[in-house]
Design a protein around this ligand. Structure first.
Ligand code: ATP
Length: 459
């Protein structure tokens, strides 16, 4: 992970938030390439889930909602994680995740030597398992106590109990409270879905692993409203769709797997849930969940608000509260999956090359334009090509350093095509196009470049 984190900083994908003040460790900023990558992921999600589906519409609900929303949704009472503290160093941990980190051990079998033991494993010298604080190796951990993950703030100028509101910990509730507005205004019929992308906030006990677990993040969530009794079929349908979509982003199938939640893992709202996990450098972890939320949320909102949220089926005249199948993905975790999956170190002609083999349609930059040398009309022609392409593609102009170094920089940025204007170009108006993955170069007429890129990016 350290290698990826440093590449992300070097190339302008992701920076530590407030780095000049030492950073927060719980929030990250997307730089020029990172924001393009994340936007491309979100755009692909929006297009495939909303524009390509007649039974789906979009929404952008506010982050601050009426506080009773969180009473009805169960988040005020149940959105907690079990927290333990070290009595010596005071570090805090999520009790259910302590075993997922490596631990410091002063081994009695080796005269108290200090070792870092891999997560979940016993010490290979004394065979003892972790019982103390994993960070300092000395302190006992307290018994777990429940900690609510919602951030509190105040609505309006007075900081008093009546003004407390919460930053939403999931985008889903904005969809539930708007479901009738959307249904009536968009003239949808059940089954149909509402999707949205937006920020969510959780005061995580132990944020970490780069953008994997942060306190501010973005979700891409879809709630599909169905007739009770049909939720099982829709649940399976959406499981299939989501896995297909992720593989369509170019993520290797062998790095993806399902994890069904056991009874003890299910969130307070879920009847059944599957995570899609990716094999990150720090192990297999969830980055998307598919949940059968039944009528849990709508029935609680109906009770709490006193407003009827039932659907009248125009075909049968039946009234019912729809059941909900949810797909909930993190935009940041998906970006991390794309980055981890794309990262390669290769040897090319005796030299190490680092390359991000991001699917071209997701790549932040689609092409870079280089004059081979800064004379003989090459920069002028390269500039013209750059200006022509800019209207349709996010392209980059680079005339600094040797051509080999310029290629390497774009390999690290994941740019799929390198367009070079050389001596021949000014004679016959052709350029070379280098493919990031195969390293093959072809000559293309300068006037055909836009069509060439369009075809390659669509593929
Ligand atoms: P975890 O068990 O890792 O805390 P969760 O089961 O609480 O995750 P969900 O409530 O199902 O997660 O949220 C849906 C998605 O939102 C997750 O799959 C993940 O991609 C994203 N997500 C949740 N919490 C965070 C976080 N703290 N930082 C970044 N993304 C997050």
């Amino acid at each position: 992970m350290d290698v990826l984190v440093s590449l992300c900083k070097r190339r302008g994908f992701i920076f530590q938030s407030s780095e000049i003040y030492g950073g927060t460790g719980a929030a990250w900023d997307y730089g020029p390439l990172g924001v393009e990558l994340k936007n491309n992921i979100k755009r692909a999600w929006w297009r495939d889930n909303i524009h390509l589906r007649p039974d789906m519409v979009g929404l952008d609900a506010s982050i601050l909602m009426h506080p009773q929303v969180w009473k009805a949704s169960g988040h005020l009472d149940h959105f907690t994680d079990p927290m333990v503290d070290c009595k010596a160093c005071q570090h805090r941990f999520r009790a259910d995740k302590v075993e997922e980190q490596s631990w410091i051990h002063y081994c009695p079998a080796t005269k108290g030597n200090k070792f870092e033991v891999p997560a979940g494993e016993p010490c290979k010298h004394c065979n003892v398992r972790r019982s103390l604080c994993p960070d300092c190796g000395k302190g006992e951990l307290t018994t777990p106590r429940q900690f609510n993950l919602m951030f509190k703030t105040f609505m309006g100028p007075v900081e008093e109990a009546a003004a407390v509101v919460y930053l939403r910990p999931e985008t889903a509730q904005g969809i539930y409270v708007n479901y009738l507005n959307v249904l009536q205004s968009s003239r949808q019929k059940i089954p149909f879905g509402i999707a949205q992308i937006g920020k969510a906030f959780r005061n995580e006990i132990t944020p970490g692993n780069f953008i994997f677990r942060t306190r501010e993040f973005e979700q891409m969530e879809m709630q599909f409203f169905v007739k009770p009794g049909t939720e099982g079929e829709w649940f399976e349908f959406w499981r299939g769709e989501r896995m297909k979509w992720l593989q369509g982003l170019g993520i290797r199938a062998e790095k993806l797997r399902w994890h069904q939640h056991g009874k003890d893992e299910l969130a307070h709202y879920a009847k059944d849930a599957y995570d899609i996990e990716y094999e990150f450098p720090f192990g297999w972890h969830e980055f998307e969940g598919i949940h059968n939320r039944s009528d849990f949320d709508l029935s609680n909102h109906q009770r709490q608000s006193g407003k009827k949220l039932e659907y009248l089926d125009p075909a049968t005249n039946e009234r019912f509260l729809p059941y909900v199948v949810e797909t909930s993905a993190g935009a940041d975790r998906t970006a991390l999956v794309v980055l981890c999956d794309a990262y390669r170190e290769e040897e090319v002609e005796g030299e190490k090359r680092v390359v991000l083999q991001i699917k071209p349609s997701l790549a932040p930059l689609k092409a870079a334009v280089f004059p081979l040398v800064n004379k003989d009309g090459m920069p002028e022609m390269a500039r013209r090509i750059y200006d022509d392409l800019r209207g349709a593609f996010n392209v980059f102009y680079d005339d600094g350093g040797s051509i080999g170094r310029r290629y390497r920089r774009q390999d690290e940025a994941g740019t799929p095509f390198g367009i070079t204007v050389d001596g021949q170009s000014t004679q016959d108006q052709t350029v070379t196009v280098r493919d990031r993955d195969t390293l093959k170069q072809v000559r293309v007429a300068a006037g055909q470049l836009a069509a060439y890129l369009k075809e390659k990016l669509a593929g």
